[in-house]
Design a protein around this ligand. Structure first.
Ligand SMILES: NC(=O)c1ccc[n+]([C@@H]2O[C@H](COP(=O)([O-])OP(=O)(O)OC[C@H]3O[C@@H](n4cnc5c(N)ncnc54)[C@H](O)[C@@H]3O)[C@@H](O)[C@H]2O)c1
Length: 312
């Protein structure tokens, strides 16, 4: 098949491309390199089945493809809040352009949505039926409301234009190729520990998160894309850890003498988030397989390589 991956030079997009190329597909990677990097797809650049297009999805594009995995959107608060209006444009105009393309060429369309659509959830764990507790005027709104409208657009194209959609709601995912400076908790802790700095925990660290390893997530993507179920489907790891536990695990792995310090919680920071993955289990026969300790080890190795001499 010929498959388009928007945001293909990013963290998750590049792991997805590895899987699709290895399976023998033709892949077109479309990226504006805002948070993506050529380094992530370097190994495919000379492959005749691979094509890289520098393009901003807020502008339309004409391509002939069978499937579209739509991932383009900055995913971490530092990057999506840097230019919130652009983030909204990427989610709204970008998703419209990609759905328009899917409609024109009758391609199956996969939307990478997010657990952020649940906002600061008041039910726990979150199933797909939960409608969320989102602040429409908060600092995260450009991203979480942006993704909510992206889902709306996908479902309206599905109902109105019969576009064949799949919608996944991704919970926190980590792994090799995460950006060092993206302010996400796993990368923050690893970078701080590798630089011999104290690990910064916001609040008292009792807020919880679930962490899914990248290869597990990509397996879920492929299963959903090739199933008959439209979604939305939660894909994430239900293992719940406090942020303090995560900090301790990273510290113990890299630098047991590192200090853990506390700073005030940012506004709109969710207290707890854990996926209910019953749908993924029953409809896609999917569940995560990589334990946190193993995934962290692989991620730390990758950061060590990239950070070179700066790492301890
Ligand atoms: N990583 C996670 O834990 C997580 C969680 C929930 C949802 N997601 C979603 O998964 C997708 C991929 O996330 P990621 O972690 O790989 O982030 P990432 O920032 O590494 O990747 C996003 C990619 O999209 C590109 N991009 C951004 N705006 C663009 C635009 N206007 N035109 C073209 N390309 C553009 C970036 O350059 C980058 O390569 C995003 O849609 C994100 O919202 C990720």
């Amino acid at each position: 098949m010929r498959i388009l991956v928007t945001g293909g030079a990013g963290f998750l997009g590049s792991h997805l491309i590895d899987r699709l190329m290895t399976a023998g597909h033709e892949v077109i990677c479309l990226d504006n390199f805002y948070t993506g990097n050529k380094r992530n797809i370097l190994q495919w650049l000379d492959n005749p089945n691979f094509e890289l297009i520098r393009h901003d999805i807020t502008e339309p594009i004409r391509l002939e493809v069978d499937q579209i995995y739509h991932l383009a959107c900055p995913a971490s608060p530092v990057h999506y809040q840097y230019n919130p209006v652009k983030t909204v444009k990427t989610n709204v105009m970008g998703t419209l352009n990609m759905l328009g393309l899917a409609k024109r060429v009758k391609a199956r369309f996969f939307l990478a949505s997010t657990s952020e659509v649940y906002g600061d959830p008041d039910v726990h764990p979150q199933s797909e039926e939960y409608r969320g507790n989102v602040n429409p005027i908060g600092l995260r709104a450009c991203y979480d409301e942006g993704k909510r409208i992206a889902e709306t657009l996908a479902f309206d194209y599905y109902r109105q234009n019969k576009v064949d959609i799949r919608v996944v709601r991704i919970f926190n995912t980590y792994g090799p190729r995460m950006l060092e400076n993206d302010g996400r908790v796993v990368s923050n802790f690893i970078v701080q520990a590798l630089q011999g700095k104290p690990l910064t925990v916001y609040g008292d660290g009792s807020q919880t998160r679930s962490f899914c390893y990248a290869s597990d997530l990509i397996e879920g993507f492929i299963r959903l894309m090739n199933s008959d179920y439209v979604g939305p489907v939660n894909i994430g790891n239900p293992g719940e850890y406090t942020i303090l536990q995560l900090a301790e695990a990273v510290r113990d792995m890299i630098n047991p003498n590192a200090e853990i310090i506390h700073e005030p919680l940012p506004s709109d920071d969710p207290r707890r988030r854990r996926p209910d993955i019953t749908k993924a289990k029953t409809l896609l026969d999917w569940e995560p397989t990589v334990p946190l300790a193993e995934g962290l080890k692989l991620t730390v190795e990758d950061f060590r390589k990239r950070m070179g001499d700066a790492a301890i």
